[in-house]
Design a protein around this ligand. Structure first.
Ligand code: SF4
Length: 218
């Protein structure tokens, strides 16, 4: 049976149904996002962490939200999960220069434990409000392929709850027909304690990422 959160999320509009900003440039959109107060997450984070990559990127990789290091640097995927993503992309033979990386939610949500700031999952309302920015990025970039890294990205892109485990490795069609490759977020690999399990899951992730090349060359 669906949880209350899943039921609420299932009612949310898809990212592509969001009214897209009028701005014609990614720089202008980024500047607007820097001042965003559409939800409360801006109050405690250091800064907005907008997407990065070439305007002509053929692939857009979408994660959940910036982590502690990304929040401080103001750049997406520069922490441990980002470095792991870069390694796995390279092993999958994906040209990183063709990729734009971003997140479904642009501010770091966390809980304080002493001096540490621990990741906290964004709620349905925060995801919904922030979908405005991802919709704008995708509208301007118009990539050939979008990669959903994890459940939050997948939900945001599909606009409905989709089983990540069931759809992992598959290409789904977004509401606007764009292909979406489904896989895990690299932070999942960092949480696996057992060495053999982690190695196995890493290879599986690389195998998922190899579909990027297959899709672009199809
Ligand atoms: S998380 Fe997104 S919607 Fe919320 S304030 Fe930040 S940029 Fe705006």
């Amino acid at each position: 049976m669906a949880t209350v959160a899943e039921t609420r999320m299932a009612r949310m509009p898809p990212v592509f149904a969001e009214p897209h900003p009028q701005e014609k440039s990614l720089t202008a959109l980024r500047r607007q996002a820097d001042a965003c107060e559409r939800c409360d997450l801006f109050k405690h984070a250091t800064q907005t962490v907008f997407g990065e990559g070439p305007l002509e990127a053929r692939v857009v990789l979408v994660g959940e939200q910036p982590g502690d290091q990304e929040d401080i640097a103001g750049k997406p995927f520069v922490g441990p999960a980002g470095r792991l993503l870069d390694e796995c992309l390279q092993e999958a033979g994906v040209d990183r220069t063709l990729c734009y990386v971003t997140n479904a939610v642009k501010h770091f949500k966390f809980e304080r434990r002493g001096k540490r700031r621990l990741h906290a999952k964004p709620n349905a309302g925060e995801i919904q409000r922030c979908a405005w920015w991802l919709g704008g990025e995708l509208e301007l970039l118009r990539p050939d392929l979008i990669v959903a890294l994890g459940a939050t990205a997948l939900y945001t892109l599909m606009g409905r709850s989709v089983g990540l485990t069931k759809e992992r490795g598959h290409i789904l069609a977004a509401a606007n027909g764009k292909p979406i490759l489904v896989t895990i977020h690299p932070s999942y690999l960092l949480r696996i304690r057992d060495h053999d399990d982690r190695t196995k899951e890493r290879q599986r992730f690389i195998s998922d990422l190899k579909s990027i090349g297959d899709q672009l060359n199809a």
